[in-house]
Design a protein around this ligand. Structure first.
Ligand code: ADP
Ligand code: ZN
Length: 748
């Protein structure tokens, strides 16, 4: 009989990243299991921890060993799958074991207690009583009778509600209970979220009876036969925008449920894909739980609990939902698998798609990765037959993909046209307005576009803390840093050359809005970006306004690029296609191609034909040319060549170490120390750097980085761990922050 336990305490530092031994007191014997959450004394405090294993004898001398105080409720504890997953995560993503455990706990663990409500219901005895019994009760105990009457209307009902209606107090309730007429149960009240709105709109979009296209049919039959064969299979569902991937997901989920298994659907961001979320929740009504971080904590906890208790067979959620306590999972869908939001940008720096892959293997589940523009890495895996691919290269509706017109802005400039809108774009907008249709104007990442520039020397005003260019805001007349919110007035003279031709260059959403409004004063223009959607519900309001046709033009950032379906839109304009093309990141071409494809997918989704106008200074670049031709494969062929030549993923694994320091010199010394530590033996992989990170300073921290890349990083991983640990525990390490990022999504 095990009398001791290994406990990982919830103290997240490198010094404590190992289990400690505790005695299991007699009162808890049998209750302390692997994965259980326990309260233990640690360094004079009471902390909670996770039981990593049971021991027959203590590993340390008997007198020092302390007792476990208590075991937490068993719902929160980790099962076997989660314990193994936590181990895998801590190894692959170089995080501490307890950081991984924390991902799997109920939302708000240790912060909220589940709040139960008292429900009252009729017993079978009450239901068997005759009319005369009730008449007698009414005369002798009118209050009790009233309670019974209200229960006839609603059974079971929350006691709070009944007592408010009838004025009965708990004494009345107790009498009814002792007569055996009612039962009381503690329940967690179940409340649906803001999504109800979307779901109840009753759009024709929710048709259940649509007949599948040939492409959909084929996809569904492949996926469902893999589910029925309980095959461990991964499908890359490469479907152009509008090919009807949602319907494929739904039919596959429905099939999976019929087979008695459960399903998990991951989406990049709920707010960006309200339509698909509405569609799915509506079709699977009552059987789907929504898990994402913008729900109130209490609600998230209730949802989580429903999954844990096996009350709900489908989970739909964002990144962290990949840890939903589902059992017997048959299908895992990752929609828009190329999205960066699947990668967590804080420790543990996991990628939800990779975690999903691990869980699918554990459950022998089928995986479906959906995308119109798959990640080059994923497509490569399908090309090399490691995973299967299903192509849906035609739209589900009868409308073909819109033609894309590329406008060379250099020529516009040479012709003396300095406006941010080319002649072609303006003409197209005029046409749309004349026809009473809608236009969507898209601007890349605002932080990189509307910078303050000196036209004489080219000096760009940058944030003193973050080294990114400041964005000019018309509204307040000031410049803002979009990393740290540093704000300043624009200079009257150029700090570089003292010139006076300071120009707010480029294209922020506000600038485009203003210029559009000037060109078309009679037309109403909506803007959707982080500024206009920061208030609660604003996103939904703008979305609804545009969809219902209250405005003819909408201007937005990548927020509008993804997932939205506006049937009235016949024109999509991309103001500056190349703002993302020159970022110092090896995925810049890929990101540009993805964005252009996504925005052009917004045009012509309704019954009218759409057009896309792309303005660029680099019309010959393959990202832009292939996006124009809706040609993913050619893009892939070009891009994969570059990746192979430069030995980037998928040909290598990558690991990035970033050191953040408040002092420039300390940071540089620190990263040198780390690189020396890594080189203490033969590396066997390539090391880039150390060097200053492209975003050299963020929020007052200097950033230096180095990159390891090689066919496999397995052989170096122990050394990375060692170097990381000893650096973090060193004097210099304690003053700075070292980030270890395996297969980073962003390299800035
Ligand atoms: P994707 O996610 O692949 O871009 P969606 O799933 O959003 O595409 O579907 C695009 C549009 O096509 C939606 O309006 C949807 O209602 C419609 N659609 C899907 N399948 C069919 C079908 N079999 N027949 C007709 N319309 C369909
Ligand atoms: Zn800043």
């Amino acid at each position: 009989m095990a009398q001791y336990a290994e406990v990982w305490v919830n103290v997240i530092t490198d010094a404590v990243d190992r289990p400690f031994h505790y005695r299991i007191p007699e009162s808890l014997s049998g209750k302390v299991q692997e994965g259980a959450l326990v309260k233990v004394p640690f360094g004079g405090q009471k902390v909670w921890g996770c039981v990593g294993g049971l021991l027959v004898s203590p590993g340390v001398s008997g007198e020092k060993i302390k007792d476990i105080f208590a075991v937490d409720d068993d719902k929160a504890g980790l099962n076997q799958e989660m314990i193994s997953l936590a181990r895998w995560l801590s190894e692959r993503y170089y995080c501490r074991f307890m950081e991984a455990v924390n991902l799997m706990l109920p939302p708000g663990y240790g912060k909220v207690r589940e709040k139960k409500e008292k429900y009252v219901m009729l017993t079978s005895l009450a239901e068997s009583k005759s009319v005369s019994f009730w008449q007698e009760l009414r005369q002798k105990a009118p209050r009790q009778a009233q309670v019974m009457d209200s229960l006839l209307n609603k059974n079971p009902a929350p006691w709070l509600e009944i007592s408010r209606w009838t004025g009965a107090d708990s004494r009345v309730l107790n009498q009814l209970v002792s007569k055996g007429l009612v039962e009381v149960e503690e329940r967690i009240s179940e409340k649906m979220s803001w999504l109800e709105d979307y779901v109840s709109r009753g759009d024709s979009l929710f048709e259940e009876s649509i007949s599948l296209t040939a492409g959909q049919q084929e996809a569904v039959s492949e996926i469902t036969s893999a589910i029925s064969g309980k095959e461990r299979e991964t499908y890359l569902l490469h479907g152009v925008t509008g090919s009807g991937k949602t319907e494929v997901y739904l039919r596959s989920i429905e099939y999976c449920l019929q087979e008695g298994r459960k399903a998990l659907i991951l989406v990049p961001e709920i707010a960006l894909t309200p339509q698909m979320v509405a569609y799915i929740t509506r079709r699977l009504s009552g059987r789907v739980v929504l898990l994402h971080s913008s729900l109130p904590l209490r609600e998230r906890y209730q949802q989580w609990l429903r999954v844990k208790e096996g009350k709900c067979p489908v989970v739909l959620g964002t990144r962290s939902a990949v840890f939903a306590p589902l059992e017997n999972t048959g299908l895992i869908i990752v929609d828009e698998e190329q999205e960066n939001s699947y990668k967590q940008e804080e420790s543990p720096r996991y990628h939800a798609r990779d975690v999903a892959e691990w869980r699918a293997a554990y459950h022998s589940a089928v995986m479906v990765w959906g995308s119109a523009t798959p990640m080059v890495e994923s497509y490569f895996r399908s090309e090399s037959k490691e995973i299967k691919r299903i192509d849906m290269l035609h739209r589900a509706t009868e409308y073909s993909l819109p033609p894309v017109e590329v406008v060379d802005m250099r020529r516009e400039m040479r012709r003396g046209r300095k406006s941010i809108f080319s002649r072609q774009l303006v003409e197209r907008v005029e046409e749309v307005l004349r026809q009473g249709e809608q236009a969507l104007l898209f601007i890349n990442r605002r932080g990189f576009s509307s910078f303050v520039l000196c036209r004489e020397c080219g000096h760009v005003v940058r944030c003193p803390f973050c080294s990114v260019s400041l964005t000019f805001h018309y509204h307040s007349g000031s410049m803002v840093c979009h990393y740290c919110y540093y704000t300043a007035d624009p200079p009257e003279m150029c700090p570089g050359c003292s010139g006076i031709y300071i120009k707010y260059f480029g294209t922020g959403t506000q600038r485009v809005e203003k210029e559009m409004q000037k060109l078309f004063p009679e037309c109403s223009v909506l803007r959707m970006d982080r500024d206009t959607t920061s208030r609660k519900g604003a996103h939904r309001r703008i979305w609804n306004d545009f969809r219902s046709g209250k405005a003819q033009i909408m201007i937005g950032t990548q927020m509008v690029a993804k997932g939205m379906d506006f049937p009235g839109v016949t024109l999509v304009g991309v103001i500056a296609a190349d703002t993302a093309l020159h970022l110092p990141d090896f995925r810049a071409s890929e990101k540009t191609f993805q964005l252009l494809t996504q925005v052009s997918g917004r045009a012509g989704r309704g019954s009218k034909k759409g057009t896309v106008v792309v303005q660029t200074y680099h019309p010959e670049h393959y990202s832009i040319a292939c996006a124009r031709d809706h040609d993913y494969f050619s893009f892939y062929r070009e891009e994969i060549k570059v990746r192979e030549e430069l030995m980037y993923p998928p040909f290598t694994e990558m690991l990035r170490m970033v050191l953040l320091s408040e002092e420039e010199n300390e940071g540089w010394e620190g990263i040198l120390e780390i690189s020396k530590g890594l080189r203490s033996g033969p590396l066997g992989v390539e090391m880039l750097g150390p060097a200053p990170a492209p975003l050299f300073k963020i929020k007052g921290f200097y950033r230096y980085h180095l990159i390891l890349k090689g066919k496999s990083l397995d052989n170096i991983s122990d050394r990375v761990r060692e170097v990381t640990r000893s650096f973090r525990l060193s004097k210099r390490g304690k003053k700075s922050r070292l980030i270890v990022d395996f297969n980073p999504a962003v390299m800035l």
